[in-house]
Design a protein around this ligand. Structure first.
Ligand code: NAP
Length: 544
């Protein structure tokens, strides 16, 4: 069976939902294919205890509808997963989006039909769909990585992955729980799991640098001020590298000042004496280390900050041996995405929490009753994988995309992702990726990045339609030049420091080409480049 549309969208997360809203207004027939049973993407799948966003909710929200902005109320400054999922559902209901979505349906192949200039999406429901345009709104962190550990299938207890957490409640009361991983997801989950479980064993391979998250409830006056200034805030987001405004509510209480020379100097960790650095930490907390600007481009400054961080972890964790294991020593601040926590280090002071360093004592196998390291067996009722994702490229490659002349995306990307502006690939006409590799993507406020990409794609489709152009794809040279630029800007940062192994680089997946995937040059610069392409009628693309 086959169905026709103007635009096929894969994924009903925030990107897929906004695509429906935006494209429907253009009179286009939009069909969205979604593997889950409802909307929400990341926030649908990541229901693990403690899941929460690290961007303030008043900013991690859509700006396309002033009415939506005004009516929605966030309970906390940094909202938890249930509230963000609630917001996604509200959007689906308010804008009547669900009727465009085929839920519980996974795209199994995405194929360009050259003779008809159509994209065909085959699905596991048996129905295939055809359309002129196809938008991959598949998310950047949507393919969970489950490491292959010998014997894992033999484990008789319950097994979960943080990125595929079930909808039904998981009762951990009195149970012996183990968690593998100490990245962002684990750091959020561990304090919650420790309070729910009888006993928690944390299998840590690489310690993190994590700083306490802002845990404030929403202040009504702040919310009101945001809501009164939303147009200005959305404009400010467009001019900020990370897509987050520099708007400071309750201005009368917190005047905005320009930094004078002395203050600017104090933002360099090297300019301060050791006692001044510690004093600053004591006064402003651990997160204040992140405010030193020189630590992101000066290895020496970076190591001063790392050492200060380690010193402060030692102050927090009572058992010196446990504290020692928690110290990140093999890489520096700024290499990985900054992790935020609620009581992470304090959790290791609890009697029911055990930290196992699997770097020192590797996991040998998982058996029927638990995890066996080289020296010890840890009996478990529940094993949780918090082992991350095949980031940025995983979902695109899993979709089995085949472009012109039978070239697959896997072939094209065998040495790493090559795309222009993270929006399109040469050889794949009329196929668009949302927040794809080579765009600011995961380094930007995701909702701002999504809106910008969907708007660009929608405007592009309008241009093609109005000018009777049947297809668009970037020139080969444009994408190669762009990827060189993406790599060049990354080279100047701690993200690609020699000691750094992160999912940004694909380093967490065995065999994955090592290339820095997101664009670190900043959202405004990137957006201007996208706008230039449109203003100049797509000079870096071939329009057929
Ligand atoms: P992650 O950062 O990739 O962390 C995965 C963890 O699993 C790491 O500690 C890793 O250790 C460990 N691991 C992987 N394979 C292992 C193995 N075979 N044996 C032992 N340990 C293993 O994944 P994540 O925590 O899910 O976070 C991914 C991204 O999602 C974040 O960086 C962030 O962008 C996003 N996220 C955001 C939030 C938030 O908004 N606050 C929350 C959760 C996630 P190694 O480091 O040694 O590889």
């Amino acid at each position: 069976m086959s169905d026709k549309a103007d635009v096929l969208v894969i994924g009903a997360g925030f990107a897929g939902m906004y695509a429906i809203y935006r494209l429907r207004h253009l009179g286009l027939k939009v069909v969205v294919i979604e593997a889950g049973s409802d909307v929400g993407g990341t926030w649908y799948w990541n229901r693990y205890p403690g899941a929460r966003c690290d961007v303030p909710s008043l900013e991690y929200s859509f700006g396309f509808s002033p009415e939506l902005e005004q009516e929605w109320e966030w309970p906390e400054v940094f909202s938890a997963q249930p509230d963000i999922l609630h917001y996604a559902n509200h959007i689906a209901d308010r804008f009547d989006l669900r009727r465009h979505i085929k839920f519980n349906t996974r795209a199994t192949a995405v194929t360009y039909l050259e003779h008809s200039n159509q994209w065909q999406v085959s699905t596991d429901s048996g129905v295939s769909y055809c359309a002129t345009y196809c938008i991959m709104a598949t998310g950047c962190l949507s393919v969970p990585n489950k490491p292959e550990i010998s014997g894992a299938d033999h484990f008789q207890g319950e097994t979960y992955h943080t990125g595929l957490w079930p909808k039904h409640p998981v009762d951990l009361t009195g149970k012996k729980v183990g968690i593998i991983g100490t990245g962002s997801s684990a750091v959020q989950a561990i304090p919650e799991l420790a309070t729910q479980a009888g006993h928690l064993t944390v299998f840590q391979r690489t310690p993190v640098y994590t700083v306490p998250a802002n845990r404030k409830a929403m202040n009504k006056a702040v919310e009101d001020e945001f809501k009164s200034n939303y147009r200005q805030i959305r404009a400010m987001q467009q001019h900020n590298r990370g897509g987050v405004s520099t708007f400071r509510p309750l201005k009368s209480m917190r005047p905005t000042r320009r930094l004078d020379d002395q203050q600017a100097q104090s933002n360099n960790i090297k300019a301060l004496k050791p006692e001044q650095r510690q004093q600053r930490l004591d006064q402003r907390g651990l997160a204040s280390i992140l405010g030193f600007t020189d630590i992101y481009n000066d290895i020496e400054a970076n190591e001063i900050a790392n050492e200060l961080f380690r010193y402060n972890i030692k102050q927090r964790v009572r058992d010196p041996q446990v504290a020692e294991k928690l110290l990140p020593k093999t890489y520096g601040l700024g290499c990985k995405r900054q992790v935020l926590d609620r009581d992470y280090y304090d959790t290791f002071n609890r009697d029911n929490v055990l930290l196992v360093d699997v770097q020192e004592n590797p996991i040998a196998e998982i058996n029927e009753t638990g995890v066996q390291t080289q020296t010890q067996h840890y009996e478990l009722d529940v094993l949780i994988y918090a082992t991350g994702f095949d980031a940025m490229t995983g979902a695109l490659l899993n979709a089995n995309i085949t472009g012109r002349a039978g070239q697959t995306l896997a072939e094209k990307w065998q040495y790493g992702p090559v795309a222009y502006l993270g929006l399109q690939m040469h050889g794949f006409p009329n196929l668009f990726t949302v927040t794809g590799p080579g765009s600011p993507s995961v380094l930007c406020n995701m909702l701002v990045a999504i809106e910008q990409h969907i708007n660009w794609i929608a405007d592009c489709i309008v241009y093609l339609r109005d000018n009777q152009i049947s297809s668009i794809e970037p020139n080969k040279n444009s994408e190669l030049t762009w990827i060189d630029h993406v790599n060049d800007v990354a080279k100047e940062t701690m993200f690609t420091a020699p000691t750094c192994n992160s999912w940004y680089l694909g380093a967490n997946i065995q065999g994955k080409p090592r290339i820095f995937m997101p664009y670190v040059g900043g959202f405004p610069q990137y957006r201007e480049r996208c706008e230039q392409e449109q203003e100049q009628h797509y000079p870096s693309f071939t329009l057929a």
